[in-house]
Structures are given as structure tokens and as C-alpha cells.
Design a protein around this ligand. Structure first.
Ligand SMILES: *Cc1c(COP(=O)(O)O)cnc(C)c1O
Length: 399
């Protein structure tokens, strides 16, 4: 019997749940785009975007998704033929590497598999071999959304520093920004990419590239940024239209203004990080109990290396797909597919799912999602340990 009529919950790792206030802020006639209120509104976004990333550096805004941010960062920070070292811990790390390769960059991928973070010792060894400093940039995902691994960005910066290597350090925070703690300046990221549809709670359509002085220096020798992708005018516009190299994404800007009000000025970024951590721990507590008597397992064994924004789960084929189908048809909850864990077409592809717990989510939504997963396990007669919801509730209760 379908029990899905009611408010649906898209529990995938982006697009995330959009607050009604954000949607309402976007529901308005188009504003003028060469003066007036919109100009002040866009100016006001910049300091809040920097606050979310904990940086005094610059930020360029684009009408794009995360793939656009990847391309923008490479276009400005690299030159054709540059050697870039990509540290891959899942599908998205490989994706950024592939983007750079297509643009004419000489990409070397170090693959750390699908169940572990970057190994700092392997990075240190590779940098030590590069005595003539051929590697121009090191790129890495803070959180790889496919595997839900979280890399230690400050730790990787320390490896670069200890080896005396001058490579630019470029970080993808598309999944993690405003969910997992990220301190761009304190942790020493030179370039950082993000998008609006995950932790920032805005419909897909805006992307951000942050950069510090080292990023600016790299821009000076880059030969790939066309007028459209050039981050210089976007970050330091002399005229309003230069923010977006043309028409501004008018309605997204109103949505983003409201989302940043909620995150930066109402909840506070520290509190948002803490909320994500607590809710993630509730998910992990449920998974640990289910896994005591059944096939379910968090993809990343060590909780210290897990993202607070998304959980990738191994459950064995075909149970991942069966569970996702049951939840969407009967319970009104859509879970994420396993991405890059097995090739589409391979039966093993059906052995994974992901829960997005990023952005505008609270305790009742997470406990609701977990409760419906438990109902799905019962309905599908999948073995699972008993007491998962109690364990999740205890985490929510602060025990
Ligand atoms: C979502 C995501 C991307 C891709 O973003 P799109 O908006 O789908 O292009 C890239 N990297 C990470 C870590 C992501 O989570």
C-alpha cells in the first residue's frame, strides 16, 4: 500500500532539500539587472560566501553547476601542458581529473580506491620524487560524494609544506561546504570550488571558485581562461555585469541571499557544522546496529574519515536498488544511487545506496528517513540488526 502521499523527501546528496523561504524569495518578478536593489544584493553576498568558506581570499560566482566550477578553476589556475596531480578517492576525484585532461592539462591520477582517504605518506613520496617541481597543482575532493570519504585537507597541506613543494593546492568542497567544517585560509587551500545546490540549499545553477594570492599568481601564467571563465573580473568587477559576464542569475541570487541569511546570520556556520555532525552520527549509529546482523555497512569503516554530508552504504546486490525503489514508491523518500562503485550494467551496481544528509535537514527528517529504511528492510525481508532507531534516537537526544 503506498504511503507516500505527503511531503516528499529527496534524501540524495544534491540537489538537497530547498527551504521554503529560499523558494519564496525566488518567487518574484524579474528585477532590473543594471542597477537598483539587485546590485546591492549581489555585493552583500560576497562577504557571506567568504564567511562560509572561512577565507579572506576572493570568490568568483558563475552560472554553472559543479562541473562548471571544476572547469573554471582549471582554466584560471593552470596552463595547457601543466602537470597536475589528482588525488582520487571516488568518482568525483576522477571526474575533476578528466575535466582537466580534456582541457589540455597533463593529469596524473593517484588512486586511493573507493573506501579510504588519501594516504599522506604516498603523497609525500610522490612529491619527494618531483625534485624539479614539475607538478604545478595538486587537486583533491574534501568530500568525495560517491564514496562519502572525507579527506584531511589541513593534513595534506602539511605534507606539501613539509616537502617544500610549491604546487598550488586545489580543493573541491562542492559536497562539503557548509556541512563539514572547512577552513580555507587556516587549512591552506589555494583554490576551492563549490556549488549552490548542496550545503548552500539553493536550486542547482550557481557555482563558486575561491582563490587566494597564490591562486592569483597562478592566473597570471594561465592561458586557458576565456573572457567567460576568467575569474578576475568576476571577483573584482568594475561594472555590475562583470560579476556574471552578462545577465545575472537574478532569481538564484535572491534564493542565495536568503540561504546565507539562514546559514550565516541565523543558525551560524559553526552550529550548522555541529548539526550536520550530530545528524550524521545518528545515521551511523543506525547503520552500525543494522550491520550487526545483516549485510549493511557504511562504505568508510573509520568514522574519523566519513563526511557529515552524505553516507555511502554497501548492502549487496540487488538490495540497494530494491530498498531505494521500496522507499520511493511506498514511503515518499528518495535515496541516492551508488555512484562509481560498480559500472552501470554490472549487477553489482545494485548493491549500494547513499543517504544525503546535507543542507536543510533536521532531526525529524533524518529519524524519518531512518525509520522508513527500517520499514523497507522489514518489507523486503532483508536481515538486519534490531534497535537501530533507538540507537539513532539516542544520538539525537545527545546520549
Ligand atoms: C555534486 C558534486 C560535483 C558535481 O557537481 P554538479 O553540480 O553535479 O556538476 C563535484 N564534486 C563533488 C564533490 C560533488 O559532490
Amino acid at each position: 500500500m503506498p504511503l507516500s502521499h505527503g511531503r516528499p523527501y529527496l534524501a540524495i546528496p544534491g540537489p538537497s532539500v530547498i527551504p521554503d523561504r529560499v523558494l519564496q524569495a525566488m518567487h518574484r518578478p524579474a528585477p532590473a539587472i543594471h542597477g537598483g536593489a539587485l546590485v546591492d544584493l549581489v555585493d552583500s553576498l560576497v562577504p557571506d560566501l567568504k564567511a562560509v568558506a572561512r577565507t579572506q581570499g576572493k570568490v568568483a560566482m558563475y552560472i554553472a553547476n559543479g562541473h562548471g566550477a571544476w572547469e573554471a578553476a582549471i582554466a584560471n589556475a593552470c596552463a595547457r601542458g601543466d602537470k597536475v596531480l589528482a588525488l582520487a578517492t571516488g568518482r568525483f576525484g576522477h571526474g575533476w581529473a578528466e575535466t582537466a585532461r580534456q582541457m589540455g592539462v597533463d593529469v596524473e591520477v593517484m588512486d586511493f580506491g573507493r573506501q579510504a582517504p588519501v594516504d599522506p605518506d604516498r603523497l609525500a613520496d610522490r612529491l619527494a620524487q618531483d625534485r624539479t617541481h614539475q607538478i604545478r597543482a595538486v587537486v583533491v575532493c574534501h568530500v568525495d560524494t560517491a564514496t562519502s570519504v572525507r579527506n584531511d585537507i589541513a593534513g595534506l597541506r602539511a605534507v606539501l609544506d613539509a616537502s617544500g613543494h610549491p604546487a598550488l593546492f586545489m580543493v573541491d568542497c562542492i559536497a562539503s561546504l557548509a556541512c563539514d567544517r572547512f577552513e580555507m585560509d587556516a587549512w591552506g587551500a589555494d583554490v576551492m570550488v563549490a556549488a549552490c545546490q548542496k550545503g548552500l540549499m539553493v536550486p542547482p545553477g550557481m557555482a563558486f571558485v575561491y582563490f587566494n594570492e597564490r591562486g592569483e599568481a597562478a592566473r597570471a601564467r594561465s592561458d586557458m581562461a576565456t573572457q567567460y571563465w576568467d575569474w578576475r573580473l568576476r571577483a573584482d568587477p568594475e561594472e555590475f555585469y562583470q560579476y556574471f559576464c552578462g545577465t545575472a542569475p537574478t532569481h538564484h541570487l535572491y534564493g542565495l541571499r536568503t540561504a546565507l541569511d539562514m546559514l550565516v546570520h541565523e543558525e551560524g556556520i559553526e552550529a550548522a557544522w555541529a548539526r550536520h555532525e550530530r545528524l550524521a552520527r545518528a545515521v551511523w549509529a543506525a547503520l552500525a546496529v543494522w550491520g550487526m546482523d545483516g549485510p549493511m555497512q557504511h562504505n568508510i569503516a573509520d568514522p574519523a574519515c566519513r563526511s557529515h554530508a552524505v553516507s555511502a552504504i554497501r548492502i549487496g546486490a540487488p538490495h540497494g536498488t530494491a530498498l531505494r525503489d521500496w522507499l520511493s514508491e511506498v514511503a515518499g523518500v528518495t535515496l541516492g544511487v551508488g555512484l562509481g562503485m560498480a559500472a552501470p550494467g554490472d549487477p553489482a551496481w545494485h548493491g549500494f545506496f547513499r543517504i544525503g544528509h546535507m543542507g536543510h535537514v533536521n532531526a525529524h527528517m533524518i529519524l524519518g528517513a531512518l525509520g522508513t529504511i527500517e520499514a523497507g528492510l522489514i518489507a523486503l525481508d532483508l536481515p538486519h540488526g534490531k534497535g537501530a532507531l533507538e540507537a539513532a534516537a539516542a544520538v539525537v537526544a545527545g546520549h
